[in-house]
Ligand binder design. Structure first.
Ligand code: FUL
Ligand code: CA
Length: 495
């Protein structure tokens, strides 16, 4: 072979090598950015809206906080039907249910070995019942995820305040974690210590909530026995409290969070009681700790006959959905069975209407009918079609360095819509900082919407119905390449 031939062969190899390299580079996914969610948190984000059921002797006392002295014989819900309650949640579009297995009154809804104050002392199923099991089974049957809330504060337990109680509490969690299948959440409220019955002492017990429960040790049990359970608490770990019980997150709400040093709190725990920052999170925060918005459907967490007619309507619930799920948080809706052991028909109706509003509003994605173009596409694996395949795991991405791309959608005929929904591929972090939506109106681009944080879900209400055949989304700020997994254009439904 002569030198010329060799040179051209070398050249051929070099060119092909460079070509292969550049295509693989172009096809490689972007590098992750910042704090990332765990697999359990990714699944939690997909749950979006779930219920929080409060039902104990406190319901029969018409109170919000049982003192811990109610006679177990009052707990007699003769029409109780877990399937009926769960099917109302399902009709409401809720994808999971957390049961308050024990509230502050200390009454356990399962036959625990850790305390005599439990369901076996009540007339329910002749003292042989296990309500946690009945709800769990009903959820499994209906395809809802199941979780538990076991109140650390226990106003019945005589040893509350001592280490013995902490061991009993851990044993309660162990029972709940062992006998009821996979749990998607372990919910721990923040109301701790105060006056109570405490086995008849009728006294006030104060504890140092930063140290008493030994959360590091307690939650190690959660991790071991229920690795997919997201720990909710106002001090961390997987999901943070949004800081209010009204059902909304901040207009800008980052899934990342850095705790502010709070006196007496373990600052290694990603969360704290700073209600000022909880609704918003922390841009570029150290940990992935998204917000949960807990809000009762009726005024109280428990059912009260005098609150009849005061529950939230379907459209009020839809507004809360837009401000919680639509801001990257979750909606945790309080559900209160009445003394029959069923939901008030008005609650069933609100839930049903809410479920319809959500499913009908997000049923037809007009983006699927559009001709869609973008100013940049990273490569065929990250094509624009990934934005409309209803799959959170496929995404459109831009090349490295392209941080302010535009997506253009056009339709042959004019379309009407008022909601835009975006999802980032959060496995690579929360990247987008801001974006704007323009519509072509009377021959000119007009800004019709804007948003800051996106994350797992961002719904942008456009304020009014937009009529156009051209829309563009301009990402106006991001520190790194874009990874968007879904894009939707919708018209909100009415009942
Ligand atoms: C709070 C509790 O004190 C309320 O009673 C209710 O259970 C709410 C969901 O959490 O911390
Ligand atoms: Ca997708």
């Amino acid at each position: 072979m002569n030198i010329r031939a060799m040179k051209s062969i070398n050249c051929f190899f070099l060119v092909s090598f460079l070509f292969i390299q550049s295509t693989t580079l172009a096809q490689a996914p972007p590098a992750p950015y910042g704090a990332l969610p765990s697999e359990r948190q990714v699944k939690w984000h997909e749950t979006e809206a779930y219920g929080l059921v409060h039902f104990t002797p406190t319901t029969f006392e018409n109170k919000e906080w049982g003192y811990g002295d109610a006679d177990p014989s009052i707990f007699n819900p003769i029409e109780f039907d877990a399937d009926k309650i769960v099917s109302a949640l399902k009709a409401g579009g809720l994808k999971g249910m957390i049961l308050v297995a024990k509230h502050h009154d200390g009454f356990a809804l399962w036959p625990t070995k850790t305390s005599a104050y439990n369901i076996s002392k009540s007339p329910f199923r002749d003292g042989k019942g296990d309500m946690v099991k009945e709800f769990e089974q009903a959820c499994r049957k209906a395809g809802l995820k199941f979780g538990v809330y076991c109140s650390p504060w226990d106003r019945n337990n005589p040893v509350y305040g001592s280490f013995e109680y902490v061991l009993a509490y851990r044993a309660q969690l162990t029972e709940l974690y062992t006998n009821y299948g996979e749990l998607f959440m372990s919910w721990h409220d923040g109301a701790n210590g105060g006056d109570g019955f405490y086995g008849g002492a009728r006294t006030t017990k104060t504890i140092d909530r930063s140290t008493y429960y030994g959360w590091d040790t307690t939650w190690a049990i959660t991790r071991k026995l229920q690795p997919m359970a997201n720990i909710f608490s106002d001090i961390g770990w997987d999901v943070r409290w949004v800081g209010n019980e009204s059902g909304f997150a901040g207009e800008t709400s980052w899934a990342t969070f850095t705790p502010e040093p709070a006196k007496g709190f373990n600052t290694a725990i990603p969360g704290n009681l700073n209600h000022e920052i909880n609704p918003f999170g922390t841009r570029n925060g150290n940990n992935w700790v998204p917000a949960e918005c807990d809000v009762p459907l009726r005024p109280g967490w428990f059912w009260h006959p005098e609150q009849k007619g005061q529950g939230k309507s379907s459209s009020q619930l839809f507004e809360l959905y837009l401000k919680s799920v639509g801001r990257g948080a979750a909606l945790d809706l309080g559900i209160a069975p009445d003394t029959r052991g069923l939901l008030d028909p008005e609650d069933v109706a609100s839930l049903e209407g809410f479920g319809k509003l959500v499913s009908n509003s997000f049923k037809d994605n007009l983006a699927k009918l559009a001709k869609i173009k973008a100013s940049n596409v990273r490569g065929t694996s990250f094509a624009l079609k990934n934005l409309m395949d209803d799959d959170r795991n496929t995404y459109w991405a831009t090349s490295d360095g392209v941080t302010t791309p535009q997506i253009m959608m056009s339709w042959k005929d004019e379309q009407e819509f008022d909601l835009i929904r975006l999802r980032e591929y959060i496995q690579l972090g929360q990247r987008i900082e801001s974006l704007e939506v323009d519509a072509m109106i009377d021959g000119a681009w007009k800004k019709v919407g804007e948003a800051t944080s996106v994350g797992a879900c961002r719904i942008i209400p456009l304020g009014e119905t937009i009529k156009t055949n051209q829309v563009r989304i301009r990402i106006t700020s991001s520190p790194v390449a874009i990874t968007l997994s879904e894009l939707g254009v919708y018209k909100r439904a009415s009942l």
